[in-house]
Design a protein around this ligand. Structure first.
Ligand code: NAD
Length: 471
């Protein structure tokens, strides 16, 4: 079992702790705030609900979480250390001094939004293992980590850290040169400054600015970013044409990017009041839940296209074990997963179309045992479903961890009948039963045909075994 030490357990440290914990790491957190356990618990509650829903496989069992009384205790035996204390350089230096005394070897990442690695390393004997690992809130869902090694970093430590971050579903983006505020926050600051001007000059409210982002370019950015989007905007002339057409605008007085509006009490009050009018009807916890639900739905949609953050989700999922029972087991456990938010409907429970997906995935697992799974379609042999019935026994809700147990009920000639039971793992309640009839198909003719003799023998053997133990 690997161990992560999290120093500072606020918004960001809590997110790091959750990310490691839910990926099976033991986690020790040090935070002197007497409220630390409560704050950490709230982030963990959000993370436990959200992160497992991203995947079509179950995540590994949670590691062990301990809230410890000192930095020394936290970093003892740690394979990775992440510092997320407030953005005050002197405080970060003090913390690194204590870490250095107790654990001089483990990779030490800092969540700093603005400091450069050369600043973080000042005065440290083991500074070469310190680097920036800048995450994005919520750390348990968003994959980007800006890794800034800077000059003088230990390349082997950076490589080790990068492997660790990738293994917990993150996307370490190595920043070639150290720079204040790294890459992403520089964009965000430019956009934020411009938004503050638009409010101050009475041109747009907070709600109108958010609409301008979420109904337009925000959607484009999430799937292609800036340059791929602009390449398309250039039409057949591509990027060069785009720059020719719009580049000159950059020096027109369209933007005020370099100036900062004075943050007077009046301006702050105005922004606060507009924000209250826009979002004050929801608590921060409700907003977090809405944000997490939307992020999951978006990433799962992108996953279906193999694009952007969705491609990362698929790649990480491929490293998670399927945790199904072996083919000799009766019944076979053919699916283990969490019901995601995008599978539920207006009643809050799983939409009936999704039961078909569970039955289909369960049947594929049985077909794999016959040598006729999705991977074997080239062999010219396949099964088509001709009938599927579902009995709904209890509500399945988003976040429920379920397993599907499957029995081969009947095998005769071209016909295969399987029975599924979907069970909620937290209390073993039966949620639904599925009854499917399939016919073996010769893919050359796409007509039903008896399975090849070897496959027929395997099917008959499994049907006999499953029949012996039928309740
Ligand atoms: N909030 C964000 O959106 C965000 C995003 C990316 C990076 N960051 C960076 O993450 C770091 C933490 O930011 P945050 O937003 O989580 O702040 P926060 O105030 O929510 O959390 C900081 C935590 O550190 C604890 N702390 C204070 N002194 C400590 C010490 N000596 N040892 C251990 N813990 C101590 C505090 O009790 C607090 O719980 C900062 O460097 C910030 O720049 C923040």
């Amino acid at each position: 079992m690997s161990k992560a030490a999290i120093i500072g357990g606020g918004v960001i440290g809590g997110g790091w702790a959750a990310r490691f914990l839910l990926n099976g790491w033991d986690v020790a957190v040090f935070d002197p705030d007497p409220e630390a356990a409560r704050k950490l618990g709230e982030v963990l509650d959000n993370a436990r609900r959200a992160l497992p829903m991203l995947y079509d496989r179950v995540m590994p069992g949670e590691g062990r979480l301990t809230l410890v009384g000192s930095i020394e205790e936290a970093v003892q035996g740690a394979d990775y250390i992440q510092e997320s204390v407030p953005e005050v350089l002197a405080l970060k230096h003090r913390v690194y001094g204590e870490i250095e005394a107790a654990a001089p070897d483990a990779p030490l990442g800092s969540s700093t939004s603005g400091f450069k690695p050369s600043e973080l390393r000042e005065g440290l004997a083991t500074g070469a293992r310190v680097f920036v690992a800048h995450p994005f809130n919520p750390v348990y869902l968003l994959p980007l980590i800006e890794v800034v090694p800077g000059e003088g970093a230990d390349a082997a430590v950076i490589a080790r850290a990068t492997d660790i971050l990738t293994s917990i579903g993150l996307y370490p983006l190595e920043v070639r040169k150290e720079i204040d505020a790294h890459i992403a926050d520089r964009f965000l600051e430019a956009v934020w400054r411009e938004a503050l001007w638009l409010i101050r000059d009475g041109i747009a409210t907070t709600a109108e600015i958010d609409d301008a982002i979420r109904y337009g370019f925000g959607l484009r950015w999430a799937q292609m970013g800036l340059f791929e989007t602009y390449r398309i905007a250039g039409g057949e002339g591509g990027m060069a044409h785009f720059i020719e057409q719009f580049g000159p605008c950059l020096s027109w007085p369209w933007t005020k990017l370099m100036d900062v509006p004075e943050l007077t009490p009046e301006l702050i009050d105005m922004i606060g009041a507009q924000s209250d009018a826009q979002s004050g009807h929801l608590s921060i916890r409700e907003l977090e839940r809405l944000r997490d639900t939307n992020l999951i739905a978006m990433m799962r949609a992108l996953r279906g296209q193999g694009s952007a953050a969705g491609a990362l989700v698929a790649a990480h999922e491929a490293t998670l074990p399927k945790s199904l029972s072996d083919r000799e087991a009766v019944p076979m456990v053919t699916v283990r997963r969490v019901i995601p938010v995008d599978w539920t409907d207006y009643n809050g429970h799983m939409n009936e179309s999704r039961y078909g997906q569970i039955w289909s995935d369960g049947t594929d697992e049985v077909l794999r045992a016959f040598g006729s799974g999705p991977e074997n379609v080239e062999s010219g042999s396949s099964f088509f479903t001709v009938q599927s019935n579902t009995a709904y026994r209890a509500e399945a809700m988003a976040g429920d961890r379920v397993r599907c147990e499957t029995r081969v009920e009947e095998v005769s000639g071209k016909k295969l009948r399987v029975m599924h039971r979907m069970i909620r793992e937290s209390d073993e309640v039966l949620l639904a039963e599925g009854d499917q009839v399939l016919l073996h198909v010769d893919m050359a003719t796409r007509r039903s045909a008896p399975p090849p003799p070897e496959m027929a023998a395997r099917m008959a053997e499994m049907a006999a075994r499953h029949g012996e133990d039928r309740p």
